[in-house]
Ligand binder design. Structure first.
Ligand code: ADP
Length: 264
């Protein structure tokens, strides 16, 4: 039985007393070392969940437990060390004037000794295939390269959970595929729990488990194959199953056996 790393218990959230509830009674667990995808149409509450997971927001109702600690004012700093996030817009995530300064920044804030910092900069930039770019100014990088550096910066603080919130949304299809394969490698090597948040079902194929959000509530929770099987219902809540998945299933159903990776 795998250990729970994040627990949401009956969590409800709204952005102000007069505002509508954007999450209603949401309960789910994230396990150590698993890859969980959270999908849903725009405005379904995915980013709000991400922000609740690392204490950028607090729920009005229910509780959130991260690695055994309830999220509150006191636990917030250790929780932010455990849960690293990469957001959609790569340009909003840079603070350093060079790539290596940028990766160093989060470590400096946490008082990591210089020798250790240098070691981690080398390790994490290599892990994301950016070892040639230590001294490059971030604005010279492509969108995909910027996201790689953002991932390296998060890895440098050795989190237990890595959350990618629509982190590939601004990339071209090639950049997207490259980032997803980097992330998958990084997860394996670092024993991380990985949470990918997306409205693009292509990115769900490799996940072990999927939570589908709809209007602030959990609509379904299952392995990708089971989720994709509900393609007509998914379309009704604004989500399109990848064409290749439909095609592969239809060919298999017609007795034409094509090789493909298992979905889970
Ligand atoms: P998603 O990530 O699925 O697109 P969000 O969590 O960003 O959804 O948004 C859920 C709902 O909360 C939406 O209706 C959105 O308009 C609202 N919302 C998001 N951020 C804010 C905010 N800062 N203030 C008020 N409402 C917000």
């Amino acid at each position: 039985m795998r250990k729970k790393i994040i627990e949401f218990r009956n969590v409800s959230f709204r952005y102000g007393d007069e505002q509508p509830w954007v999450l209603r009674n949401v309960s789910f667990d994230v396990y150590e070392k698993e890859w969980l995808a959270i999908i849903g149409h725009n405005g379904s509450g995915k980013s709000t969940i991400a922000k609740l997971m690392n204490g950028l927001l607090f729920p009005q109702e229910g509780e959130i437990i991260i690695d055994g600690q309830q999220v509150n004012d006191e636990s917030i700093w250790s929780i932010r060390r455990d849960v690293g996030m990469v957001f959609q817009n790569p340009d909003n995530q840079f603070v350093g004037t060079t790539v290596q300064d940028d990766v160093a920044f989060g470590m400096e804030n946490r008082g990591i000794p210089r020798e250790e910092m240098i070691k981690r900069i080398n390790e994490t930039l290599s892990a994301v295939g950016m070892q040639e770019y230590h001294m490059t100014e971030p604005h010279r990088l492509s969108g995909g390269q910027k996201q790689r550096v953002a991932i390296a910066s998060v890895l440098a603080i050795s989190p237990k959970v890595l959350i990618l919130d629509e982190a590939t949304a601004m990339l071209d299809p090639k950049g997207r595929t490259e980032i997803m394969s980097t992330v998958s490698e990084v997860q394996d090597k670092n024993d991380l729990s990985l949470i990918t948040i997306t409205h693009d079902l292509h990115e769900v194929v490799q996940a072990e488990r999927v939570i589908v959000m709809n209007n602030g509530e959990i609509w379904d929770e299952a392995v990708p194959r089971e989720i994709f099987a509900k393609k007509d219902e998914l379309r009704k809540i604004g989500l399109d199953v990848p064409f290749v998945t439909i095609l592969a299933d239809e060919l298999n159903a017609a007795g034409i056996n094509i090789e493909r990776e298992p979905l889970n």
